[in-house]
Ligand binder design. Sequence first.
Ligand SMILES: [Ca+2]
Length: 430
Amino acid sequence: MRLLLSFFMVLGLQAIERPNIILIMADDMGYGELGCTGHPTFKTPVLDQMAKDGVLLTDFHSNGAVCSPTRAALMTGRYQNRSGIEGVVTAVGHRHTGLDLSEWTMAEALKESGYRTAMFGKWHLGYQPSFSPVHQGFDKFKGFVSGNIDFFSHIDQVGHEDWWVRDEKVKEEGYLTKIITDYSIDFIKETSDKPFFLYLSHGAPHYPYQGPNDGAYRTPGNPEPILGAVEDKDRAYKEMMEYLDAEIGRLLSYLKNQGLEKNTLIIFCSDNGGTGTYGSSNKPYRATKGTFYEGGHRVPAIVKWPGKIKSGQLMDAPTMTMDFMPTFLSLNNQPSKVEFDGLDLSGLLLKGEALAQRQLFWRKAKEFAVRDGEWKLLKTKKGDLELYNLAQDKSEEHNLIKSEPNRVKSMLKTYEEWLKDVSSGVKKRS
Ligand SMILES: [Ca+2]
């Protein structure tokens, strides 16, 4: 009897304390694309205010330098190399490949412990219906499974219709950034005693470059030009960013008006660096999406939870996409079924506690990067080894590979050990 009582007391405690969780991911948005990270012309008042109301993580990194790898790490709390998603799940041929259903995702974890779960927007972890988010723990899914779609006609870049409700293809009208916000608000509106987990995965500001008034241009079988038919892409890109900001504002206002703000943890981040074209900016960092220079993976992340996370903080602890799942489980007092590579950020975010020392790794085929404190070692596409001191040289201009042989040797060893470890957890993609 006493055991039973304590069991319910624990349940009761959790029901009061565990937060709703909203994770908003932008697509291909670089470090320097917000007002608060220094963009010269984009106006992003909502995200700037969200950073003021919470924490801006200034040394946050996407797990990959392109879409699918980051999303695999996000879903599993582990390096994507373990689940075999090192590269983009390509649109060509729509092969039977994706995030293996045996992976334990953050949605499955939270659903198992009583959260209601939904995802709206971009999945990019498998084309076939069998890989749909509804088979990875999401109660609801409306969105697309490829890397990008026409923002109005929802045709992917190889000409297929790509709009789904659960694991069924449907036709639906509407500007992508708006409709996935609508669905998110509808989902929050549903009456329930359960907390909710919402993964809002925007297509913006990834190409095709289409502002909210530009209209459709892709039709089935005719996806060209891939980047969009709009001539003034600078104008379209700016509109996409500012509309994205405004729509996040609409969601945040809804939460506030419903009195849900105080019990909701909200995270905003990007899935990789920007392209550096049409106003996209990774400044002050070097290079772009698709590389392991900082511009490829250092992206803004903003975390807000009024009353729990102190407002107006800049935090420079090195953090990564795969840290979110361990953090959510920790806030939910939920034990993990797997060994995470990511760290629980709750102590850092809620109490300002230091994170454990660790190295960060990126790898795609022969390219890789290792981050250890202020040092970064990388092997480029060309096969060159480069070493940078990010504390003194954040834009990676001065290659110190020749002057630090011992450090290079030791970082290479660390990388080899890591590779051996994650390779043991790779499931082959077929
Ligand atoms: Ca992306």
